[in-house]
Design a protein around this ligand. Structure first.
Ligand code: GLV
Ligand code: MN
Ligand code: MN
Length: 396
């Protein structure tokens, strides 16, 4: 099968126009730009001869008739997102579906999952579709602005369930989002496994007070509690973590957030990722114990929000083997097998069917930022590797 480079690139840039902001996109789940992009994608799926179906979460499918392989990713973005994160996998899937149909090849269905970027949780759309998270539970999740998922998904129209048993497997193409391929000058990464993640909100409640008159030793300062917590967990993680372990406080909101007021309340996100579920559990114990200790010592209250999480997942050997063979044919010795430190919908879909993933390089290793980009030649190579693997899986 032959992919059409110009058609693939035109659609990739077509999707980029929705929520465009500088070189990147602002297309968080269920926003106007996200829903407009999904409307446009639905038209592109239909034009490719696929039957469009959207489920209650807003996951958008373009379905081929009969049993098919499912390809795709997500088209929502981070609050400040790059143009390729997720979008590449959706448009590559669409192009392979078209190319395969034109060549009389295997049936290919396409998906764009909703809220992969976790406005509400962690890969929320595929988590619900896969049965990892009940819709009623997901509905209670709140974004950082206090909007519930139940409220946000009211913009989804025409929902119907999509039966996973029609799919023989799932392959997700994605940008690497890290520095490995770009640094070594390789063109393709075939994913071995995807790390696990834990994510929760932590709240310190102290006493709001006057920043000029309140002596330091009498303060119950919520920000100082966050700072002390951060310093201590870093020390306590040291004997437990490996160089591949990561943790992030990416969101912090303080009340009332004013220069002359000792902050009474701080709410922050604590997220940690690793390939080993036991290490994730050990880190959770450190986090909870440290937050409680800091709160007690400083006279504050601490509360933990619900913890979202996904377990580490290994890719399916057969699908992965097809990607490896395809990479070796097209870019001999310029590809590698590598783990994914970023999360992907493939983790959830692995509960339902065999899954695999391939990466193309991210320039400078930058992602979740407007500057995110990939050389055009690498985008093309990626979709060609994907198409060849899909054809080979069908053949044999
Ligand atoms: C998904 O975008 C992630 O945070 O890894
Ligand atoms: Mn992504
Ligand atoms: Mn992302």
């Amino acid at each position: 099968m032959q992919v059409d480079r110009a058609r693939f690139l035109a659609d990739l840039h077509g999707l980029r126009a929705f929520g465009a902001c500088g070189a990147g996109v602002v297309r968080p789940a269920y926003s106007e730009a996200d829903m407009a992009a999904r409307g446009w994608l639905a038209q592109r799926f239909e034009a490719a001869g696929l039957r469009v179906q959207t489920d209650a979460m807003g996951n958008l499918f373009g379905l081929a008739d009969g049993p098919s392989i499912l390809l795709g990713s997500h088209s929502d973005s981070q609050p400040e997102g790059g143009w390729l994160d997720g979008a590449l996998g959706v448009i590559a899937a669409l192009e392979v579906a078209r190319a395969s149909r034109e060549a009389g090849g295997p049936a290919v269905s396409v998906v764009s999952f909703q809220d992969e970027e976790g406005r509400f949780g962690v890969t929320t759309g595929s988590a619900v579709w896969s049965g990892h998270l009940a819709l009623a539970e997901a509905d209670k999740l709140l974004d950082h602005g206090g909007v519930s998922l139940a409220q946000a998904r009211r913009v989804v129209a025409g929902a119907g369930a999509v039966d996973p048993s029609q799919f023989t497997g799932f392959i997700e193409m994605h940008i690497e989002q890290g520095p490995v391929l770009d640094t070594v000058g390789e063109r393709i990464g075939v994913v071995s496994d995807i790390v696990g993640i834990r994510d929760m909100k932590i709240t310190f409640d102290g006493q709001q007070n006057h920043a000029g008159t309140t002596p330091m030793h009498l303060r119950r300062d919520a920000f100082q509690a966050v700072a002390a917590f951060n310093r201590l967990v870093e020390e306590r993680f040291a004997p437990v973590v490996t160089p591949a372990t990561v943790w992030t406080i990416g969101h912090l909101s303080m009340h009332p957030n004013a220069s002359s007021i000792v902050p009474g309340r701080a709410v922050f996100s604590m997220q940690w990722r690793d390939g080993d579920a036991e290490r994730l559990a050990a880190m959770e114990r450190i986090i909870r114990d440290t937050a409680q200790e800091v709160a007690k010592r400083r006279g504050l209250d601490v509360a933990f929000g619900p913890m979202s999480g996904l377990e580490p997942v290994a890719m399916d050997a057969r699908l992965r083997g097809a990607l490896e063979a395809s990479a070796q044919d097209l870019v001999p010795d310029a590809w590698r097998v590598m783990p994914s430190g970023a999360l992907h919908d493939a983790t959830n879909v692995a509960r339902l069917m065999p899954v695999a993933m391939l990466f193309v390089p991210s320039i400078g290793g930058i992602s979740h930022a407007f500057e995110e980009d990939t050389a055009e030649a690498d985008l093309i190579t990626g979709v060609q590797v994907l198409a060849r693997a899909v054809a080979a899986l069908h053949a044999g």
